[in-house]
Design a protein around this ligand. Structure first.
Ligand SMILES: *[C@@H]1O[C@H](CO)[C@@H](O)[C@H](O)[C@H]1NC(C)=O
Ligand SMILES: *[C@@H]1O[C@H](CO)[C@@H](O)[C@H](O)[C@H]1NC(C)=O
Ligand SMILES: *[C@@H]1O[C@H](CO)[C@@H](O)[C@H](O)[C@H]1NC(C)=O
Ligand SMILES: *[C@@H]1O[C@H](CO)[C@@H](O)[C@H](O)[C@H]1NC(C)=O
Length: 462
């Protein structure tokens, strides 16, 4: 019985509601107007005829126009037209927001309303942080730079460094990173884009202050008394470094003969004529507010390491002719030729040393020499290196030359040979050679014994 009563009440309510023919509805549709500054916008508010009492316009809950109160003027730029359209002219940034049209109906009906929106678009603009566009940090410090972007809609900010786009995971207005290397210094640019007008950019010059870094192209300089010689240190520092030259830790005394020169980052100690007492260790020392650094350059009379010429020998079955050149201002007294059978698998070195007198007639500074190794094994790969002695002592060893007697299998493309092996391996070998030089061939394996015998036989023959 109770349920039946409920239904009756509902039916009564429906029939007592407004007649469906008079049900009000908006003929205009809600709109969002996106437009630029200074424009005029018309927001419609058309309802099917229902004999309303008043039309009111609200902007963000503030009454801006009321047909029942024509005296209401909220802003000289806002006005309700006779057909209830709201006209907002000379648009300003603050006009952005929701506009609500409200129709006040006779009692007992409540108001009906429709909401529009205006978005006043502004092209992006951007100011760098720091504002001067210049940021200075010390090496290792944290870098915080940014770009404060404005515009409607709010722009997204992307970054580039020295013209290269930075691949960041997000579009962030603030960059924060550690200046762990001076290479991070340079020009940073942020680009703000919001789809209105042209993108806006701002630049920030990042300066990273760092202690001096020194690069020495030639840590070992060959010279001879009477010749001109230059010792060069390339110094990078910010702020600029003060560079001094030292010999045996005492500042070099400059004169007309010994001159300090500098251009940009290049610092040169020029010895117009080398004196025998000049040989030894020089140092360039660079300092700025952030630190001190120094590098050693040795001025030496010993010869430059020999260089094998790759026209070295037409391979024959058991002979091989090595040709090398040595750059030495002082004449070469003798050479040491170290050679051994090459094997990629054995670690030990069993160098055989040959003492080869130099041609006393060579005027220099380039001294060429050739030497034919005989009695070598057939189709075998060998390695060789050269040391040269002039009146100042023994040179550093040459790079190692790998060569083969006729038909030798190098284990890789023959056209890359003869090769000068480089890098650490070579340094280790060179050190080893130096030790060998001192111990005068302490090895006593059969192979080296045979080579030594061959050598002795050869010497007897010549
Ligand atoms: C709007 O008018 C102001 C004042 O005349 C002017 O400075 C501004 O550039 C104008 N804006 C646009 C988008 O034209
Ligand atoms: C309302 O009036 C304005 C100004 O007279 C006019 O521009 C607009 O088209 C009118 N709207 C309609 C739907 O008549
Ligand atoms: C010597 O070797 C170098 C580098 O491998 C090559 O460029 C040059 O042509 C060679 N010279 C001769 C004479 O084979
Ligand atoms: C190798 O050198 C020896 C001694 O100089 C010479 O007698 C011999 O003919 C040479 N052999 C070849 C194949 O060139």
């Amino acid at each position: 019985m109770y349920a039946l009563k409920m239904i009756t009440v509902q039916v009564l309510l429906l029939s007592s509601g407004p007649c469906s023919a008079r049900e009000p509805y908006f003929r205009s549709v809600p709109t969002t107007v996106k437009t630029s500054e200074n424009d005029t916008v018309l927001l419609p508010c058309y309802v099917n005829d229902l004999g309303y009492n008043a039309v009111r316009w609200w902007w963000e809950n503030q009454l801006v126009a009321d047909s029942s109160n024509p005296g209401l003027v909220s802003s000289p730029r806002i006005k309700m037209l006779p057909n209830n359209t709201l006209q907002v002219s000379d648009l300003q940034a603050e006009d952005t927001g929701e506009y609500k049209c409200q129709i006040i109906r006779p009692e007992p009906w409540g108001p009906i309303q429709q909401v529009h929106a205006i978005e006043v678009l502004y092209p992006p603009s951007v100011t760098p942080i720091p504002e001067e566009g210049l940021l200075e940090v010390q090496l290792g410090e944290e870098v915080v730079m940014g770009c404060s972007a404005s515009g409607v809609p709010h722009p997204i900010v992307t970054w580039s460094n020295e013209g290269e786009e930075m691949q960041l995971l997000d579009n962030r207005p603030i960059l924060r990173f550690q200046a762990h290397t001076r290479h991070l210094a340079g020009l940073y640019q942020c680009i703000a884009i919001n789809g209105v007008g042209s993108p806006a950019t701002a630049t920030i010059q990042l300066r990273i202050l760092f202690p001096p870094e020194i690069e020495v192209e030639r840590p070992w300089v060959h010279a001879a008394p009477g010749i001109r010689s230059e010792l060069v240190c390339n110094v990078l520092a910010d702020p600029d470094a003060k560079v001094i030259w030292l010999k045996n830790d005492v500042p070099v005394i400059t004169s007309t003969r010994v001159v300090e020169l500098s251009t940009k980052n290049k610092y040169t100690l020029l010895l117009r004529t080398v004196h025998p007492l000049d040989f030894g260790y020089f140092k360039c020392r660079a300092m700025n507010e952030l630190g001190v650094n120094e590098k050693i350059i040795q001025l030496s009379g010993v010869a430059n390491p020999a260089i094998f010429k790759n026209e070295s020998g037409v391979p024959s079955e058991t002979n091989y002719t090595l040709i090398w050149e040595v750059d030495s201002y002082s004449s070469i007294i003798e050479y040491n030729l170290l050679f051994q059978r090459y094997s990629p698998h054995t670690k030990g070195h069993e160098w055989t040393k040959l003492i080869i007198p130099a041609d006393s007639s060579s005027p220099g500074p380039i001294h060429s020499k050739s030497y034919t190794l005989t009695g070598l094994s057939i189709a075998t790969v060998y390695e060789a290196m050269i040391l040269s002695r002039n009146r100042f002592g023994w040179s550093k060893p040459s790079a190692i030359l790998r060569f083969g007697t006729e038909g030798a299998d190098f284990g890789y493309d023959e056209h890359v040979l003869p090769t000068e092996t480089k890098s650490e391996d070579n340094i280790i070998r060179a050190e080893l050679a130096a030790i060998l030089r001192q111990t005068n061939l302490g090895t006593s394996s059969q192979a080296s014994f045979i080579f030594t015998m061959l050598f002795l036989i050869f010497r007897l023959w010549v």
